[in-house]
Design a protein around this ligand. Structure first.
Ligand code: BTN
Length: 245
């Protein structure tokens, strides 16, 4: 039986689908693969403690509950890779060429179209529950000060949020199967091939200031590898900042 989307909980309004998922997990009220969707969130959570803003009823706001089998904490980056790839593939089905801005922002050219917030619960050194939160801009067209885009803005017509959701579930069901196989190298290569600014010399900033470098890939640990001159540097989350071109 298909995993992702086999149980769907659709809410009109909630604080955050990730918080709601955490509550269902703690009350043992959801299955592996449950999808929690909301039309609007009053406290949508983004990465790095930011909030996630979305016009009510316009976008895909969802959290998948995933209960992995024997997935060690060290393999957490794989969840990020697969989810990012699945969003890029979903957008591809709507003729949108998206890229992954490391570690898990989904961009169309220089604008963000989707974000991912994965919150894991651990049992010893294993991930017992993973809440995979996804915000994907579907029909919103006005983003105020944010440098963002949506499917509608890219393809110039409205699209059913449910259709996008079903396509995403299909991709998740296809790709998450690979977690239990030895196709991880293939997934890593696929993620790397979709990296934003890969193999381009661009400006970045780290704790020592601005520099010109070239993203060449990632480590198994999820760290970003940047070539600077004839050396390489490795960065964890928050250790490198992209300067706009
Ligand atoms: C980011 O900052 O890029 C991550 C954004 C993640 C937003 C989604 S919307 C659905 C789910 N529920 C939340 O509270 N956040 C995630």
């Amino acid at each position: 039986m298909k995993l992702f989307g086999r149980e769907i909980i659709h809410l009109s309004a909630i604080d955050s689908t990730n918080n709601f998922a955490a509550m269902l997990i703690s009350d043992q009220l959801c299955q592996n693969g449950t999808a929690i969707l909301a039309d609007s969130q009053s406290y949508g959570k983004g990465q790095r403690g930011n909030s996630w803003h979305s016009e009510p009823g316009k976008n895909l706001l969802l959290s998948f509950v995933f209960k992995p089998d024997n997935l060690s904490v060290a393999r957490q980056p794989e969840l990020t890779w697969i989810t990012s790839i699945c969003i890029v593939k979903t957008l591809g089905k709507f003729n949108i060429e998206a890229q992954i801005k490391w570690p898990n922002d989904i961009f169309v050219k220089t604008k963000k179209i989707a974000g991912i917030l994965i919150e894991n619960q651990l049992m010893g050194e294993f991930i017992s529950n993973s809440i995979i939160g996804i915000g994907l801009n579907v029909n919103q067209q006005n983003f105020g000060e944010f440098n963002a885009t949506s499917i509608h803005s890219e393809i110039h017509h409205e699209i059913s949020i449910d259709l996008v959701f079903r396509e995403l579930c299909d991709q998740m069901n296809l790709f998450f199967d690979k977690l239990n196989t030895n196709e991880i190298d293939q997934l890593k290569s696929e993620y790397e091939s979709q990296l934003f600014q890969k193999n381009e010399v661009c400006e970045y900033e780290d704790q020592n200031g601005k520099f010109q470098g070239k993203i060449i890939g990632i480590k198994e640990s999820g760290f970003l590898i940047v070539e600077v001159g004839n050396k390489t540097r490795e960065y964890g989350i928050k250790e490198i900042h992209y300067c706009s071109k």
